[in-house]
Design a protein around this ligand. Sequence first.
Ligand SMILES: NC(=O)c1ccc[n+]([C@@H]2O[C@H](COP(=O)([O-])OP(=O)(O)OC[C@H]3O[C@@H](n4cnc5c(N)ncnc54)[C@H](O)[C@@H]3O)[C@@H](O)[C@H]2O)c1
Length: 256
Amino acid sequence: MEKRHSGKVAVVTGAAAGIGRAFAVRLASEGAEIAAVDLNPCDQTLDEIKAIGGRAISYQCDVSSPESVAKMGEDVLRDFGRCDILVNNAGIFPSCRFEDLDLAEWRRMHAINLDSVFLVSKVFVPGMRERKWGRVVNMASNSFGQVAPGLTHYIASKGGVIGFTRALASELGAEGITVNAIGPGFTRTEGTLARKPNFRGQTSEELYGVLAERQAIPRPPTPEDMAGMLSFLASSDADLITAQTMYVDGGLIRAS
Ligand SMILES: NC(=O)c1ccc[n+]([C@@H]2O[C@H](COP(=O)([O-])OP(=O)(O)OC[C@H]3O[C@@H](n4cnc5c(N)ncnc54)[C@H](O)[C@@H]3O)[C@@H](O)[C@H]2O)c1
């Protein structure tokens, strides 16, 4: 039977762990071929995709580096010929109080979380334009609308992602390309589990529970919850949806 994403090639950044791995496996389970891009080898992701009979290739790449992204782009286009679904997921989220934040850390955050979205989109959007079809999905965060001390650099970078998403969507809508973002709630991943306790001394394990209690649906979000939204946005069911940030956070009450 034809699967939802059969015949499509998806590039997923940050695919070695967490939400990115769930994205890659979900799209593969629905028929897409996967270019799994990460700083680290994507062994587990490739094993999971192989186990369900899918095709995936891993590319080691620093998405904040123009040279590394250019090389990855050449390799992906050589191996797959195109990218139909681009998922700009790679990102970091160390916290730091504003008074301790220096310009180097501010710039590092923006290079990895925001420059990367620009750089990788520059590589793959031209082919989508030629084919008059494409999907770009960027990772924002529900912290954009929350009271979240210690995250000025992170939230500024994700605000940039939301702005970029809206602006690029308005350029590409007439070309058959949609551009959307997903704003996860605090999700159990390798990245959040490795976080140091926050300024109130709360560990990530504690925070999953604390935040879930503030949600209309009181359970922590999972990478699979995010993957469901990605699959929808990448599908023809979402043909008329663009420029949106879809919050997948159980209805956590937002400050704005
Ligand atoms: N987990 C959450 O609670 C949460 C909430 C809101 C938004 N997000 C966003 O979702 C995305 C994924 O988060 P996660 O929790 O799965 O993270 P994670 O740390 O578990 O995984 C991130 C992956 O990105 C890769 N990566 C980091 N820097 C990279 C670089 N420069 N080049 C290439 N790869 C790089 C890492 O190696 C890792 O495999 C991020 O953009 C994050 O900001 C996550």
